[in-house]
Design a protein around this ligand. Structure first.
Ligand code: UD1
Length: 420
């Protein structure tokens, strides 16, 4: 198992090119099963979740041709329906759940194995199944996975909770289904909109008449297309928070400011000066950090995927911060390690109360999941002495060239392989 070894205390400064979005890349990759022509994807992040998705698609008969480190051509013409394909592989990533919607286009029957992904508490799939059932599909859960039968028909469905995954599955199923599907209270994260833009470039008829409303008129087939995956707002936000924590100056390239705009008031309130360009965001910390009070909510709210990093940042602020995560209330598994580093945090009932200002000391820790691994990194960057973060593989699931980027920003960092 690989570890990330960091020595804290250096401000992170410099320029970062934001990679393609993990949460856009995964549904777009799986959507290739809707196609009967090859597609080309560029700006794919070099992360292990993408490699796992490509391996899974290969197992399903998709011909995967790498066209550079961030580009791929997918030829799905010989694809076969999922039928309990390699559970170890699909169990390693949450995105395999998108096989539910993506396999609706060409295959009358399919068995989608249970998904894996970040383990930060209960991640129900009832809404995925409910919207597919509303489209007239026969859906049953077995020990092996989810068995789906039939062709999707147009439906009207209101999501009681805005769910990224269930919205994606509904859009995928409806794109080549019969008739009109209307989704309300649908997720509108930039990565959901990127999937929609991609499908439209392939001939799908999808419109967004109002915020949270998606109307899909099924088309008989999608044609081959080429798409550049949108930038990763969570990766971008993570590096902004690292610069805040260490008191550095950072400039993000390939970073449309409008995607991150919902974060700016919060970061400014904590003590950041933010400048934006056409495709750039620059952040400088102006002085000491002020505490924050925030709750996660669907886009354009504060993202749950930045909650752990923000909680870690709050340990460096002067005063008490309160950070709630009603989307994933048990996503605080990293707090015990922050406390061992010297932080004063109480995490209960989906909320962390952080009394900031106590100095942190480096130590050995274990990343419990991807974003929590980034939170521990942030803490290690501000701590005195060396920290070792075990399970670096979980961080590699979603951050491309992580250690290289940190190093280029001036961090003292290395990857160790084995016991350190
Ligand atoms: C996706 C992302 C994940 C990110 C999360 C929040 C992928 C592969 N995963 O996960 O990285 O952390 O969005 O941005 O893109 N819910 C239900 N029933 C369901 C589905 C969801 O109750 O069937 C609830 C969840 O428990 C949660 C809320 O809805 O409280 C939102 O979850 P959702 O947006 O679906 O997250 P994921 O798609 O799992």
């Amino acid at each position: 198992m690989k570890q990330l070894v960091l020595s804290g205390g250096k401000p992170l400064s410099g320029e970062v090119r934001v990679h393609g979005s993990k949460n856009a890349a995964l549904p777009i990759l799986f959507s290739c099963l809707l196609f009967s022509e090859p597609i080309e994807l560029t700006n794919l992040p070099a992360i292990t979740d993408v490699s796992a998705a490509l391996s899974l698609l290969s197992l399903l008969g998709v011909r995967v041709t790498r066209a550079g480190s961030e580009s791929v051509i997918l030829d799905p013409r010989a694809a076969v329906p999922p039928a309990g394909c390699d559970p170890a592989l699909s169990g390693s990533l949450r995105g395999s759940l998108y096989l539910l919607g993506a396999s609706c286009g060409r295959f009358p029957e399919r068995m989608v194995p249970r998904p894996g992904g970040c383990n930060f508490g209960a991640r129900p799939i009832d809404l995925h199944l409910a919207v597919l059932r509303a489209m007239g599909l026969a859906v049953s859960e077995t020990g092996e996975g989810v068995f789906v039968k039939g062709r999707p028909k147009g439906a009207t469905f209101h999501f009681p909770i805005a769910s990224v995954g269930a919205t994606v599955n509904a859009v995928l199923a409806a794109a080549t289904g019969e008739g009109r599907t209307v989704l309300t209270n649908a997720a509108q994260e930039p990565h959901v909109l990127d999937l929609i833009a991609f499908l439209r470039s392939a001939g799908a008829r999808i419109s967004l008449p109002a915020p949270g409303t998606v109307v899909i008129d099924g088309v008989p087939r999608l044609h081959g297309t080429s798409h550049r995956v949108c930038p990763d707002m969570i990766e971008a936000g993570t590096y902004l928070l690292f610069a805040m924590a260490t008191g550095g100056e950072i400039a993000l390239r390939s970073c449309p400011p409008e995607q991150l705009a919902p974060l700016f008031p919060l970061l400014s309130g904590m003590g950041a000066r933010i400048g934006t360009g056409v495709d750039t965001v620059a952040l400088t910390r102006t002085g000491r950090l002020s505490p924050v009070s925030v709750s996660t909510s669907p886009y354009p709210g504060f993202p749950t995927d930045l909650q752990p990093q923000l909680t870690a940042l709050a340990t460096a602020a002067d005063g008490e911060s309160v950070i709630s995560d009603p989307i994933f209330p048990t996503r605080f598994g990293y707090v015990a390690d922050l406390r061992r580093m010297g932080a004063t945090i109480v995490a209960e009932n989906g909320r962390a109360t952080v009394s900031g200002g106590a100095p942190l000391t480096g130590r050995r820790m274990t990343a419990p999941d991807l974003r929590a691994g980034a939170a521990l990194t942030l803490a290690a960057l501000t701590a005195e002495g060396e920290s070792v973060i075990d399970r670096f593989d979980l961080i590699e699931r979603g951050y491309a060239d992580y250690a290289g980027t940190l190093s280029s920003l001036g961090a003292s960092v290395k990857i160790a392989d084995g016991d350190v």
